[in-house]
Design a protein around this ligand. Structure first.
Ligand code: F6P
Length: 326
């Protein structure tokens, strides 16, 4: 399909918000303006596109946001956009607002919608991976992951104090619908004694055995990190209580806390680089693709790669988390 010359970009953040999205918004807006393009912000994701919640942006609209969590554009998931009628309406709104291309900051679900809009209605689009889960194939990092890991780590550092004071076991549930990436990195960074992730079958008897060994060696506290997609922390805690390990067990579900707060330097940096690169991709006439980063180098892949490709499971990091937990 022929992609029209891009003069006006519609920018939206979609799916769950992630710290660093604002840095990406800033980078897109300022790079686009630098290259003589206009940008309009679409509020609240695809829902805002369908309702025409679209507003012009300028250099000033993105001042003072690089350090802020959340997204100034608002985020959201849209069921209506997934339907044929929704896609047709979205295309009409793009035409009515003279948007030549969409820039979507979000995860693979958001990229799917963008691809359908291009395939059915020739609306050009470029994606920027934003999801704390870090589950987008084709990029080493998604915006928000590093901040989420750091947030969970500092919560566990605090938890460790009280866990030691009371010689308790804490089961900490972190986010990660289908991916154990947050759980593994948090387990390594916080020195957790156990980690349970969706990619590997849970082994409660082995976990109990490890905790018993630790107690015998004089360990005072135990932190077990569980990815929400594997099972619930309460379920794990129940098993540990039933095993009568001689320690009280408590649960902490970190939940949406992990999605908030100021982005780390790494998230601000990758968001800025991928945002500017995404504008470059559009200017090169590329569409239905997304910007990513691999081994520190900016790369691009077709949007479909995020669900057709495979994100390799980091088995080495999982082994390391377990090896260092003794
Ligand atoms: O996809 C990111 C994520 O934060 C997941 O880790 C989590 O399961 C989900 O979003 C929560 O979604 P919601 O904000 O709709 O409850």
């Amino acid at each position: 399909m022929v992609v029209p010359k891009i003069k006006h970009i519609g920018l939206l953040t979609s799916g769950g918000d992630a710290p660093g999205m604002n840095a990406a918004i800033r980078a897109v807006v300022r790079s686009a303006i630098f290259n003589g393009l206009r940008v309009s912000g679409i509020h609240f994701g695809y829902n805002g596109l369908l309702s025409g919640d679209i507003h012009p942006m300028n250099e000033k609209s993105v001042s003072g946001i690089i350090n802020r969590g959340g997204t100034i554009l608002g985020a959201g998931r849209s069921e209506e956009f997934k339907t044929k009628e929704g896609l047709a309406r979205a295309a009409r709104v793009c035409q009515h607002n003279k948007l030549d291309a969409l820039m979507i900051i979000g995860g693979d679900g958001s990229f799917r919608g963008a691809l359908e809009l291009f395939q059915l209605h020739n609306i050009a689009s470029v994606g920027i991976p934003g999801s704390i889960d870090n589950d987008v194939a084709g990029t080493d990092l998604s915006i928000g992951f590093d901040t989420a890991v750091n947030t969970a780590m500092s919560c566990i550092d605090k938890l460790r104090d009280t866990a030691e004071a009371h010689e308790r076991i804490f089961v900490v549930e972190v986010m990660g619908k289908e991916s154990g990436e947050i759980a593994i990195d948090v387990a390594i960074a916080s020195g957790a004694e156990g980690v349970i992730i969706p990619e590997v079958a849970m082994d409660i008897p082995k976990l109990c055995q490890d905790i018993r060994k630790g107690i015998a060696r004089g360990k005072s506290s135990f932190i077990i990190v569980v990815a929400e997609g594997a099972t619930s922390a309460y379920h794990v805690a129940k098993h540990l209580e039933e095993a009568r390990l001689g320690r009280e067990t408590r649960v902490l579900v970190l939940g949406h806390l992990q999605r908030g707060g100021p982005p780390t330097a790494l998230d601000r940096e990758i968001a800025s680089k991928m945002g500017a690169y995404a504008v470059d991709l559009l200017l090169l006439g590329k569409t239905a693709c997304f910007a990513g980063v691999q081994s520190g180098v900016l790369v691009d892949y077709p949007l479909s790669y995020t669900w057709e490709g495979r994100r390799p499971f980091d088995v080495k990091s999982l082994e390391l988390a377990k090896r260092l937990a003794i």
